[in-house]
Ligand binder design. Structure first.
Ligand SMILES: *Cc1c(COP(=O)(O)O)cnc(C)c1O
Length: 457
């Protein structure tokens, strides 16, 4: 087997700044031990998110110059609409500035008090938009999806038995839509099988329920299906993508992931009446229906990005490079969520920082050490992000896992960057007991991970 190489060469470079450990120590202090507050120019390898951080291709940049900036009916819009209709088969394509705008429109139309929206796992903006409408967000991922060491090939699958039970309990009338997130971002970027999507479709058909995909990483999910699902090896990713969308009545998409662009989103649907109502809401807050809050050049870059993401050499490289990081960390003894997902590696920070109690934020402490010793920025998904005080008892409730997510921007870093990340973390691991715990000195009441301030214990 030959090395799976980056299927592109570099035409334009953006220098990244090397800093000394002393400089980073001072920067970390000034940022109150919260990497969200570090200016990006002081970060060497930025693995904070894979959202909107992709490198665009020469064809996308060429499209940026061709972008038609007409208010209505721009050529760039028709190109995007045709591309998305051809890839997904969805007749109604609504452009939005990013995924959460699509969610806001969808749940304003379908949500509301008393409604219940099931999903394998809701992404945080999806949950927030469901709840903002007054509806309840319910998570129905299979049990294997909650076990970090379980190597189930489709850990993102929705539990069909749990879905049937939910429908039995609350009644189909209260469920306006069943959602499945591909890949399951909140569950570790784990894929959903075609078999599972077909089973969800069958349940929805039996109860007359609409089925929508949260399809931000539809191409990565389709590539996993091709690699792992029996009988799919000979099918093209393009055909698998089409089969996934054919099973759904609509989709919300953030183009900042598999759209390979820095900004953009889509709301797709089949139902004409629902599309008319969605278009009216789109005009209210996003813009006219042929640009949805985006510039013509953004539409052009999106149209090209959605084509490029279906290149199987790209997808094979993409999934391989994420797995490569995971394997390197495991060789160094670091425990991660298995198997590696499509866009990120999740380190078990409770294991890495065994010596720290959860109220000293092991994930945040590890984040700080990654930055201090390696200039690497990641994100905590643990007690800082999800810990909260129980209003009844006044005690702090901690989430089941303390994770540090290393998200890989698309087409941005080379294998030597990833090797550097592995080396930096492998160097920290044997001396991990010296990592100091943190305490919160200041935090807002909600979404505290973005702006909370810390001090060393
Ligand atoms: C990123 C993301 C969203 C929200 O998209 P934004 O473009 O950030 O608004 C929704 N769902 C999933 C699964 C995502 O990963």
């Amino acid at each position: 087997m030959k090395t799976i190489i980056e299927p592109f060469r570099i035409k334009m470079v953006e220098p990244i700044r090397l800093t000394t450990i002393e400089e980073r120590q001072a920067i970390l202090r000034a940022a109150h031990f919260n990497p969200f507050l570090i200016p990006a120019e002081h970060v060497l390898i930025d693995l904070l998110t894979d959202s909107g951080t992709a490198a665009m291709s020469s064809e996308q940049w060429a499209g940026m110059l061709r972008g038609d900036e007409s208010y209505a009916g721009a050529k760039s819009w028709y190109r995007l609409e045709e591309t998305i209709q051809r890839i997904t088969g969805m007749p109604h394509v609504l452009p939005t500035h990013q995924g959460r705008a699509s969610e806001r429109i969808l749940f304003e139309l379908l949500g509301g008090p008393g409604k219940v929206v099931p999903n394998n796992n809701h992404f945080d903006t999806t949950r927030a938009n469901v709840e903002h409408s007054g509806a309840e967000a319910v998570e129905l991922v299979i049990d294997a999806g909650k076990d970090p060491q379980n190597r189930h090939p489709f850990k993102g699958n929705l539990d069909i038995g749990k879905l049937e039970r939910l429908i039995g309990e609350v009644g189909a009338a209260r469920i306006p839509v069943v959602m499945v997130t591909v890949t399951n971002n909140s569950g570790g970027g784990q894929p959903v099988s075609l078999e599972n999507l077909r089973a969800v479709r069958a349940v929805c058909d039996r109860h007359g329920l609409p089925f929508f995909l949260d399809a931000c990483r539809f191409a990565e999910n389709a590539c996993f299906i091709k690699m792992r699902e029996p009988g799919q090896q000979d099918h093209s990713v393009r055909d698998i993508v089409r089969e996934m969308f054919d099973l759904a009545d609509g989709a919300t998409i953030s183009a900042k992931k598999d759209g390979l662009v820095n900004i953009g989103g889509l709301l797709l649907m089949r139902d004409d009446a629902l599309a008319t109502r969605a278009n009216n809401l789109l005009i209210l807050t996003e813009g006219f229906i042929t640009y949805g809050g985006l510039a013509g050049r953004d539409l052009e870059a999106m149209a090209q990005g959605f084509e490029e993401v279906l290149d199987e050499h790209y997808l094979e490289y993409r999934l391989r490079s994420v797995a490569y990081l995971g394997e390197g960390l495991q060789r160094a003894g670091v425990r991660i969520i298995e198997p590696p997902g499509g866009h990120a590696i999740y380190i078990d920070a409770a294991h890495f920082c065994e010596h720290l109690p959860v109220d000293q934020f092991p994930g945040q402490a590890l984040l700080c050490e990654l930055y201090r010793s390696g200039g690497i920025r990641a994100v905590e998904i643990g007690s800082v992000m999800f810990g909260h005080t129980d209003p009844a008892t006044g005690t702090t409730i901690h989430p089941p896992m303390e994770l540090v997510r290393l998200a890989i921007p698309r087409r941005v870093y080379t294998q030597s960057h990833i090797d550097y990340v592995i080396e930096a973390i492998a160097e920290i691991f044997p001396r991990r007991r010296a990592i100091r715990g943190l305490r919160i000195t200041q935090a807002p009441p909600v979404l505290r991970h973005f702006t909370a301030q810390f001090a060393e214990v």
